[in-house]
Ligand binder design. Sequence first.
Ligand SMILES: [Fe+2]
Ligand SMILES: [Fe+2]
Length: 184
Amino acid sequence: MKAVDELRTEHKAIERMLRILQAMAEKIRNNEQIVNEQLDGIMEFLSVFIDDCHHGKEEEFLFPALEAAGVQRESGPIGDLLGEHEQGRGLVERLKKSLETYRSGNMESSVDIHIIINEYVGLMIQHIEKENKGLFLMAEDRLDASKDNEIIEAFDKLERERIGSGKHDEFHAFLDDMNSKYLK
Ligand SMILES: [Fe+2]
Ligand SMILES: [Fe+2]
């Protein structure tokens, strides 16, 4: 298994979350109340699984290795992808604020939540596609086996230190649970 295979597997989990988010946005727009526990779980998934863990692996290990292998950062694919990570962070911040308003009982923020989620989902879908079909192919082409192993080890270490062992399974169990609640 190559380093990018691990990231592709995480993309599949992220895509499941994006479908759940969209279903949740519809419910919120229809003024249905969402349980706080589910909102907390979703926000934790967005900031810990997607940003700290997945984007962390890309930004701290994969992108620098590709830059060293000659892939362009400024006005190139890496700079473009980093910019999209930043955009995603901005949207998650806005979502967090709108959800606080919603949780305080002000349903006016439901329209904003719907807009922000749609923007985030659209951004992430095309971002994942761009990585899967672009940068990850370059990685398979340009990183030799020893560099690739080094990156896999760094990914494991990041995961242990940043989210702790067992947390990954917890996130997947949460996805299964949310999937059965929202998409069936
Ligand atoms: Fe990314
Ligand atoms: Fe990614």
